[in-house]
Design a protein around this ligand. Structure first.
Ligand SMILES: [Fe+2]
Ligand SMILES: [Fe+2]
Length: 333
């Protein structure tokens, strides 16, 4: 769990508040670390000039110049209207990678930024009626575990490699770990095991940091050569994990074997049936579900009902049907 010292530190460091429910005219505190010289801000910024009054600070569609940067340093907090929150989310998405590569920030500052923006992303997964509508209760179990995982120095260092490389893999990894933690809890795993499962799920695609960006983000079907390159990511991820000192067998299994199939037609080791352990079975199901239900630039998001139907009818030789049934029950109670 997140230790108390870290929790206190987070409260002090973080200038970001996770919005609970966004009412029509509420304002959300904005993380100033995302705003830099030269950035084009496409939403209005506000500051509090009296305890209850918000005043326009920066008009939408303004490029931050030296003068504005100076003004930003002088105000303690800036806010964005909840009606323009979506624009801010897109802005954060575009700037997160830049921040991770920014050499003027310390590891602690970067950890804090990842932690806060990831918490926000995970909350929005719970808000999405297509995703976890019926699993709201698990939020109390899953969120603290995921937050403690994200605030663990070893995990965050390897997770940064994922964000640096590709934003989609970052959000996908977060989604897969939320699903895996919910499913793990539904399967009766104890907290200690859940923490390991959450780490494995968060890092399952770590090896994609070694695959070219063009292949990962290709709009459309991969050529045979590109697919062969892509297929290396589970073993590459395993190698990176071993190199950085991850030695838990469950986590390593989850990373290396999440694309194995029960009929032996998966990769990289063509494992069969009982050779595939529990973690890769759980992660494999959550991975396919997220890939099918997420919107990408080249494909629409599939409704969760249709995704589960495909998984049940067309992937029964690949996925563990007993675990899939628990997953289906969990999502459609
Ligand atoms: Fe993968
Ligand atoms: Fe994946």
């Amino acid at each position: 769990m997140l230790d108390r010292k870290r929790q206190e530190q987070l409260k002090i460091n973080s200038t970001f508040v996770v919005p609970q429910k966004k009412e029509d005219h509420s304002y959300v505190l904005l993380d100033k670390r995302f705003l830099h010289l030269g950035d084009n801000i496409n939403f209005n910024l506000y500051f509090k000039n009296r305890p209850t009054q918000m005043t326009l600070f920066l008009q939408s569609d303004t490029v931050v110049d030296m003068q504005q940067q100076q003004r930003l340093q002088e105000v303690e907090q800036v806010f964005v209207s909840s009606t323009e929150y979506h624009q801010y989310e897109i802005f954060v998405e575009e700037h997160l990678q830049k921040l991770i590569q920014d050499t003027s920030l310390t590891l602690d500052e970067k950890t804090d930024i990842i932690y806060t923006s990831s918490t926000e992303l995970t909350h929005s997964l719970y808000d999405n009626p297509e995703a976890l509508e019926n699993v709201q209760r698990s939020e109390n179990i899953v969120m603290p575990i995921l937050q403690s995982i994200l605030y663990n120095d070893d995990t965050i260092a390897s997770y940064m490699k994922i964000i640096e490389h590709d934003y989609y893999t970052h959000t996908h990894s977060l989604n897969v770990s939320v699903y895996a933690l919910c499913l793990g809890a539904a399967l009766g795993l104890k907290e200690e095991k859940l923490i390991l499962l959450g780490r494995a799920a968060l890092l399952h695609d770590l090896g994609k940091s070694k695959i070219s960006y063009e292949v990962i983000n290709k709009n459309g079907v991969l050529t045979q050569e590109e697919f062969d390159e892509m297929k290396n990511h589970p073993s590459l991820g395993y190698e990176i994990a071993v190199k950085i000192g991850i030695n838990d067998k469950n986590i390593l299994d989850g990373i290396r074997h999440h694309h194995e199939k029960l009929d032996g037609k998966g990769y990289p080791d063509n494992l069969k049936e009982h050779e595939i352990k529990l973690f890769p079975r759980i992660i494999g199901i959550c991975d396919v579900f997220d890939a099918l239900t997420t919107r990408r630039s080249y494909k629409k998001a599939m409704h969760s009902f249709n995704a589960l139907q495909i998984m049940k009818l067309e992937m029964n030789a690949h996925l563990d049907m007993k675990i899939l049934n628990v997953f289906i029950k969990m999502l459609h109670k």
